[in-house]
Design a binder for this molecule. Structure first.
Ligand code: GUN
Length: 303
């Protein structure tokens, strides 16, 4: 398939040049500054700081790290965050009762139930129970439905963070071909809706797809979100494509790598995200934005 004249793949880097790094750390730092300024404005007009409640069930080492990082980021921008720890063998009814209590607490503007939940719990029922106005993860069917109808309210954090990164490239993305590898509820599916809203032609490949390589080869934008190290070969990347790697995979030797063969891909891409220091930072930044947005929306609903 020919690549459109205006696409990044048609005006890729010069031979031998390396793709530019889309630095999640610095872009996320800008987002945090913007959120902190918005919160300072809010507080200076006598309103309360946004409040985020994180429910953490059981003891999962990775979840502990994610929750700690979210708490630090909240502290930095002025969000009041609390972690509600619940035992790993908590029952569904008790967990739902906690969500209901937080739904009714006016100091809590955002609720996040850290996943994964243990298998005896019904994660979908927990998401459904969160008030959509406080669903700062953007996982509730109401928020996903709004995004599907081109009327987004609270948007899923990782895809939202990726859209911020794409904006940072300065490339006009309307009309470009985007291939998403991975069709999860949290990333692949809402990512497709975001890119569609931005005017891309979207292909999502998943474990039943045939021809993943072909779909990646003709993409101007590749979003790798399969959670499989090295699944996307560097030589599949079209010259000049933008490569966003959502994968965070720990290898046996302790190294953290994405789903894309980074070095080879970088020699072909116009822009590429590193792992670590790429998308992960943006997910947390988008959570902060959503928490401030939720607080503002709840205020205006009460006014
Ligand atoms: N587990 C890993 N990342 C996330 C996230 O962004 N939100 C929630 N709720 N759980 C997670």
């Amino acid at each position: 398939m020919p690549i459109a004249e205006s696409s990044p793949a048609a005006s890729g880097p010069a031979e031998g040049a390396l793709g530019r790094i889309l630095d999640g750390r610095s872009i996320a730092a800008h987002v945090r500054e913007r959120v902190a300024a918005g919160i300072a404005r809010r507080v200076s007009t006598g309103r309360n700081a946004p409040g985020l409640a994180v429910i953490l069930v059981g003891k999962d080492a990775a979840s502990e790290v994610y929750v700690r990082n979210k708490g630090r980021a909240c502290d930095e921008v002025g969000i009041d965050s609390t972690v509600i720890r619940m035992a790993g063998d908590i029952g569904q009814a008790r967990l739902l009762a906690e969500v209901a209590r937080l739904n009714g607490d006016p100091r809590v503007h955002g609720i996040l139930v850290q996943s994964p939940l243990s298998p005896h719990l019904d994660a979908n029922a927990v998401i459904d129970a969160i008030d959509p106005a406080k669903d700062v993860d953007g996982f509730h069917p109401w928020n996903l439905g709004r995004l599907a109808q081109r009327r987004p309210v609270l948007r899923s954090c990782t895809p939202k963070g990726i859209m911020t990164m794409l904006a940072h490239t300065g490339l006009p993305i309307r009309g470009l071909d985007a291939t998403i590898v991975g069709a999860s509820n949290h990333v692949g599916r809402p990512m497709g809706l975001e890119l569609l809203l931005a005017g891309c032609t979207v292909t999502t490949v998943h474990k039943f797809s045939r021809g993943t390589e072909e779909h990646v080869r003709r993409a101007d934008i590749v979003i790798a979100a399969a959670g499989r190290p090295g699944l996307i070969r560097g030589d599949w990347i079209a010259e000049g494509a933008v490569v966003i790697d959502v994968g965070i995979n720990r290898l046996d030797d302790g190294r953290l790598v994405g789903d894309v063969e980074f070095d080879k891909a970088r020699s072909r891409a116009s822009w590429i995200t590193p792992v670590p220091g790429g998308v992960g930072q943006m997910t947390v930044a988008a959570l902060l934005e959503n928490t401030l947005q939720a607080a503002e929306l709840q205020d205006s609903a009460q006014a």
